[in-house]
Design a protein around this ligand. Sequence first.
Ligand code: GAL
Length: 833
Amino acid sequence: MYKQFFSVLLFLAISTTGFCSTYENEVPLARQSFNQDWTFKKGEIGTEANKEFDDSSWRKLNLPHDWAIEGPFDEKHDARTGGLPIFGTAWYRKNFSISEAQKGNIIKVAFDGVMNNAEVYLNGEKVGARPFGYIGFEVDLTPYIKYGKENILAVRVAPKDLSARWYPGAGIYRNVWLDIENPVHVAHWGTYITTPKVEEKSAVVAIETTIENQTTQKGKYTLKTIILDKEGQQVGVLASNFDAEKNKSSVIKQEIEISNPILWDTENPYLYTTTSIILNNNQVIDSYATSFGVRTIDYSRDKGFLLNGKPTRFKGVCMHHDLGPLGAAVNYRATQRQLEIMKSMGVNAIRTSHNPPSPEQLEICDKLGILVQVEAFDEWKAPKVENGYNTVWDEWHERDLRDMIKRDRNHPSVVMWSIGNEIKEQRHENGGELAKALVDICHDEDPTRPVSAGLSIYPQFVKNGLADAVDIIGMNYKPTQYDNLLAMDPNYIVYGSETSSVVSSRGVYHLPLENYEKHDSFQITSYDIISPPWAYPPDFETYAQETMTRSLGEFVWTGFDYLGEPTPFNGRDNETNGKWTGDWPSRSSYFGIVDLCGFPKDRFYYYQSRWTEKPMVHILPHWNWEGADQEEIPVYCYTNCDEAELFLNGKSLGKKVMGVDKTTIPADFKFWKQPEKTWDSPYRLNWNVAYEPGELKVVAYKDGKVAAEKVIVTAGAPAKLTVVPDKHVITADGSDLSFVTVRVEDKDGNFCPLASSLVTFEVEGVGTIAGVGNGNAATVESFQGNNRKAFNGLCMLIIKSVKGQTGDIKIKAKSEGLTTATVKIKTTRKLDI
Ligand code: GAL
């Protein structure tokens, strides 16, 4: 939702008197980015809020910004939060001016999220504050603006150590906007759009618009709401007159019928837009756009989740909010890429574990057709970490929860709210009561979506009434207990809010197959059989989901690796300072189906084989086992075809049929502390192959015909690099990215799966290095250098465009003894993507 560009009334003369650029746009618009030209300094002396404060020596930067990702990693820092400096006090300042002509208008700044404990000052006056880092908030600057003169906006950010169980980032890490509006205007997140009647020939769109009158006079106004289709054609319109009382908000309810609606769904995520225009004496004084979809959702115990009446199971993943090597600073393209990778695996849903996501993430889910469960909290009043949300719970939880729903309730992708993840109160006597109050808040703000919670302490959460308080019960792990739970009450509906939690490192294979244990290398085998004691290998959860048809589906923990929580290398809880020092240098999760750079681990293909139809086949491990001649190597195969045949150097090792082979794991394979689990998996094929170098090929058959194949080859010595950008053309907007994959290959172009060559990058032209990475969870190399070691043959360079500069970016990747690789990326003014 956003204030629209419109030319009728608001001619803004905004300019910055800052150090760098001035706003390009001396154009009429009501909302503009306020990300450019800030100064930043860590630490504080106490007078930074003052207008006169001299910040000329401070660092100059553009937002969004996450200072913690800049490092350095340090063993002294909490490993749960990535071993990065996510704590401390820092200040951001911005110099801007607003012309005299704006007197009489309302001047606001909207922060999409500041991590965290933000305090906002204008010209030395405190104008706002927000402790929660994941929610957006706006601050009215109007009373303190000095028109036609320099104004100083200063933001104090003070995140604390021991405040999260994963990497939260630090700083003004989401977008900031300047909103200039008429005193009578649509409120922040001021529209609520639902589709109470959806039929083939017509749909009723109900629009509730909150309009604020910040004047001291009452007046007569008109709200004109126009509905546009995807092509911008008007498909509905309604004008309603109303009286705006002085200094009050009015809520205007309208219903507009549209004919032959195109429904939003996961295959065709069709979006409409409403434009809410306020008129006074026939003059347009405000305009506000909201994108929405026409769709129905329904949940029932027996039919499951219905999207537009069609049974749809959640093939979901949980996602934390960081963007790997880029940290927590919001970036549209990086977020879009994460979701595209998930979608290519067959994902149709995400759970925004465990906090409100960036607005961009929901916008992209709307566009890609990905269903979303938006989650509010990981903690209520009872702490999980000393300085977590519990410290502000009493004062802020209702406001934060209401704001989250107001912000996100127009997204067609959002199909469920979650009031919390494994909150401690699930085993407290008052857990049910607290949950009920939160569910009531959600229903009050949005009666159209069910409310859930991710729960893990069964049956305590039933006994204390929490299960009864929520509309739908999310079970974290415990697939064997879904049936017991459902048997307790005929109204219970259940799904897997967290499943599996396998840990693995991309490209790492330890033989013989191992249990859940801490390997000296700080890496975990990628045979996809290792999960912590509370969790399960994917096959077990798949079995549960596919046999217990009454589950609505699952959200696997997690889609991407994330910074922090390096289970099982959690180290000791150091009793002297309460910090979780970890098993250094492990500093990020092993849970991801893809690694921190977005490179698929083997599990990616496991889920693709369960969740997609287009024929695919995958085998693991690699085929470079020098010195292991004739030793038995377990080879696993994931496919969505009926059967597969393995060939070693042209010789068939036999065909195996999916769904019947129960010999996947050696009989004596034991799970750490979980010997009761068995391992007959119908979801993967297994050959034990006597090793000989050469070519290992798998051919998959569907209906008796060859449908897919994959070949892996024993690679020779590393000889060259290749570079593969995911985009050859990007927009010169200062934030668009190209993700460049660097592969180490032998002289014949075979991928070297064990290579760890140090790669150095040279970048010339109109681009900069936004980050480097390799997906290794146990390294403290900086994400921000110009070099990176390959991890099992791969590393990544992330290139960012420069605002306003079009042309070429020339990239060279070099490594000693290897042939250099080069590639060119173009930046253009605007891409139609
Ligand atoms: C869950 C928790 C997640 C994550 C996961 C790891 O219990 O909800 O946040 O910690 O375990 O398996």
